[in-house]
Design a protein. Sequence first.
Length: 106
Amino acid sequence: MKQVYSDGELGTVVEQATFYMCACPAQVADTVRKLRHLYAYQKNCMARGSNEINVEVHNRIAQATVEAHDVMESCMQDILRIEGWNPVTLEMPEGLRALRDREAME
C-alpha cells in the first residue's frame, strides 16, 4: 500500500487539528490510520490462508481498503493545501489558530 503520509505525520495532523479545534483534518487523518490497520489485518488473515473462500474474502477487503486509502490520502493532501497547512512540518496555518482564539473569546 503506497503512503503519502507516515503514521507519525498523520499523528501530527491529528494533534494540531485537535489542539486548534479544527477536527475535520483530524478525522481524515484518523480514517487513513484506520484504513492502514484494516489493510494490515486483512493481510494477516490472508497469510494464515485457512481456505480459498476466506482468502478471497480477505483479498477483496484488502483491495477495497487500498482504494479507499488512496482516496482519503488524496483528500488529506487537498484539505491541507486548501487550508494552507505547512506541507513539510504539517503545522496548522496561523490564520486558523487566530480564528480559534477569536472564537474562544466570544
